[in-house]
Design a protein around this ligand. Structure first.
Ligand code: GCB
Length: 660
């Protein structure tokens, strides 16, 4: 418990151990049989002494209000706690912090049902008590966890929830970090370092919900789909797991009745599950799920309604979720959706904003989706960790394709505990996101250090594990190690490489980009005979800095560097196996303090405040031009601003000459 207690375990022999499967975790939704209450809002907050991170546990701070132990301050949930105050000791705090709040549970919830407590995510490790009793702990940021609290809450009375959150990253956490003690004025400081390039924001990052289910309830739903007859007939396959079954209610006595409704709420298919609580639905004249700009009606979603019944026809539980009907296929040269080759054009992003840090913010989510559509992107990678469930739902609705990445970034110093946790992060991610049509690939790491020989088996285990959990999507990772020394890419289905020509290599040299990009992509393809895409390229750019001729950090330089890459991508597009281009980054974002970062990483095409830099306009022209060429999309009217009416100018010129 706590960084002080998590130990570094290194071993020379690393084995492929079983991962305990996640259970439940359906997104909390109301229905005829379920109620949902939010615990978001202002909580009380205290930090612990960095040199004594487990003091609160030993002294049982959870057994009474935190305000009895320390002076509390208000802290919004969801949000990172780091940038809320003006105090750098809170921003840079290493180790444990504590939250608590009071809440009521209605009396009506006491009857014949279960009560659950669910966190969308807490970074990095969370310990949760209700009324002084531990109800759940969870290690791994960016992923949900929950616990049944039926017997822990008081009904019709006030309750207290206490959360201890530990942000410490060590060599066996995902992602990894290091903690050291460094002499400071008047003492010793506990210092957290990490090699990854984003601020280690922490806290209760996503919503906290209480929700009810019936005693016997729909615990898990897995949906897959298929298309046939030139995409005119669709199939939806569903599989349900029931939880809380009483001994007299074996699964075989239960059944799922299913309805599939289209956007107009018309039932287009229905059915009843088999004895294993699974089944298939056929949809005639189906509307497949298409990516944005690939079809006039992108992101088409149906709603599947699942009714859990007993054999004697009693309705026990109802759960609804949106599903998209689509196929994914890939081979050595291409990646296809609904049988059509896809060219991915998008971004690496971050969950990051001023004040909120990595806290869920619907205004930001909506703005980002609007900007993605404005710029004509059709995809993004959830670099470098899973994004909120709400953002995944947004991507489903809008036809934005997602490369879904686990939190393993700069993976290094391979060891057994790291492998176990890395696999667990993939398991939790797939469990959470497997039903999203927007998810088109799993990314098992960003820029792992893949030259050491241990990387070979580590990535073989993680890639095979991922494929075993979900064979319907290809596996990738963003690799930065040169292909000659990399030992992981051979385990992937699609190769993704990150490279900063004209920035980290040959800064300022705009004539040293195009050929390098083309040659490297060809090298990757030759070595592995698999589809290749570029996962990151870009240049730090200070908004409003203009320098002509182009000079690094200026808006002109970002523009020209992008243009040189576009040229390379167009050469590569002629080779079938080059399947996508991803800019680094969608928006400027905060990093650890460093002499190479001016207020954070400035490679955004948008500012941190989500306004366009000059390059956003250039990129928009390219992304829409690609959409036009490849998918025959319509161009927005404001894509090319009026400059001159060449024809009328010409005729006016002639008239003026005639007048002479
Ligand atoms: C990378 C990393 C990304 C960094 C980026 C940069 O290769 O994947 O996390 O932010 O480079 O700007 O240095």
């Amino acid at each position: 418990m706590g960084w002080g207690v998590r130990r570094l375990i290194t071993s020379l022999v690393i084995v492929n151990k079983e991962v305990t499967p996640t259970r439940g975790m359906l997104y909390p939704r109301e229905s005829e049989t379920r109620e949902v209450r939010s615990l978001d809002g202002l909580w009380n907050f205290v930090t612990s002494d960095e040199a004594n991170p487990t003091q609160g546990v030993r002294d049982k701070w959870f057994s009474d209000d935190l305000s009895k132990v320390k002076d509390v301050i208000p802290m919004p949930v969801p949000a990172s706690y780091n940038d809320i105050t003006t105090d750098n000791t809170i921003r840079d705090h290493v180790g444990t912090v504590w939250y608590d709040r009071k809440f009521f549970v209605p009396k009506s919830w006491a009857k014949d049902q279960r009560v659950w407590l669910r966190f969308g995510s807490v970074h990095y490790e969370a310990f949760v008590w209700i009324n002084g009793e531990m109800v759940v702990k969870h290690e791994m940021g960016h992923l949900p966890f929950e616990a049944e609290v039926t017997n822990f809450v008081k009904y019709g009375e006030e309750n207290r929830i206490t959360v201890m959150c530990d942000n410490a990253l060590i060599q066996t956490t995902v992602p990894q970090g290091k903690i050291s003690e460094v002499k400071k004025d008047g003492g010793v400081a506990i210092v957290q370092t990490y090699t990854f390039d984003f601020f280690n924001y922490a806290g209760i990052h996503r919503s906290v919900h209480l929700y009810t289910t019936p005693k016997t309830f729909i615990e898990e739903v897995e949906v897959t789909s298929d298309l046939e007859d030139s995409n005119s007939v669709g199939h939806v396959y569903y599989k349900v797991k029931v939880g809380g079954t009483a001994s007299n209610e074996a699964d075989s006595n239960l059944q799922i009745r299913v309805k599939l409704r289209n956007k107009e709420s018309v039932t287009v298919a229905n059915g009843t599950s088999d004895g294993d609580l699974k089944g298939a639905l056929e949809v005639k004249n189906v509307k497949p799920w298409w990516p944005y700009l690939m079809h006039a009606e992108p992101g088409y979603l149906y709603q599947i309604e699942l009714f859990l019944h007993t054999a004697d026809n009693t309705l026990l539980d109802v759960y609804r979720l949106k599903v998209g009907i689509r196929t994914l296929t890939w081979n050595n040269t291409s990646f296809l959706i609904n049988g059509q080759p896809v060219y991915l054009r998008g971004f690496g992003k971050h969950e990051d904003s001023d004040i909120r840090g990595k806290g869920l913010d619907f205004a930001l989510l909506t703005r980002d989706m609007n900007l993605l559509k404005w710029i004509g992107a059709n995809a993004y990678r959830t670099s470098h960790y899973p994004y909120s469930e709400e953002s995944m739902q947004f991507a489903d609705e809008n036809g934005i394709m997602i490369i879904d990445e686990c939190p393993s970034v700069d993976t290094d110093n391979y060891n057994q505990a790291l492998l176990d946790k890395h696999k667990s992060s993939m398991e939790q991610l797939i469990h959470r996101d497997r039903n999203h049509p927007s998810v088109i690939m799993w990314s098992i790491a960003n820029e792992p250090r893949t030259s050491p020989f241990q990387a070979d088996s580590h990535f073989q285990f993680v890639a095979n594990f991922t494929r075993a959990l979900d064979g319907t999507r290809p596996v990738t990772a963003a690799i930065a190690v040169p292909s000659a020394s990399d030992k992981a890419a051979k385990h992937l289905d699609i190769i993704c490489f990150n490279r900063y020509n004209g920035w980290y290599s040959n800064p300022g040299k705009l004539d040293m980009i195009t050929t390098h990009v083309v040659e490297e992509a060809i090298t990757w393809n030759k070595k592995h005979n698999k589809p290749v895409m570029i996962g990151e390229y870009g240049a730090d750019t200070i908004e409003g800095l203009h320098l002509l001729p182009a000079y690094i950090w200026s808006e002109e330089y970002q523009n020209e560097l992008f243009s040189k890459h576009f040229k390379a991508f167009d050469i590569l597009r002629k080779k079938e196996w080059f399947i996508g281009e991803f800019v680094w980054n969608f928006a400027d974002f905060k990093t650890a303090q460093s002499i190479t970062r001016v207020g954070g990483n400035k490679k955004g095409v948008f500012t941190r405040n989500r306004q366009p830099k000059a390059t956003a306009h250039l990129l928009r022209k390219r992304y829409f031009a690609l959409g036009r060429e490849l998918d025959r999309c319509n161009l927005p009217e404001d894509l090319f601003l009026y400059i001159t009416d060449a024809t009328s100018t010409e005729s006016r010129g002639k008239r003026e000459t005639a007048d002479l």
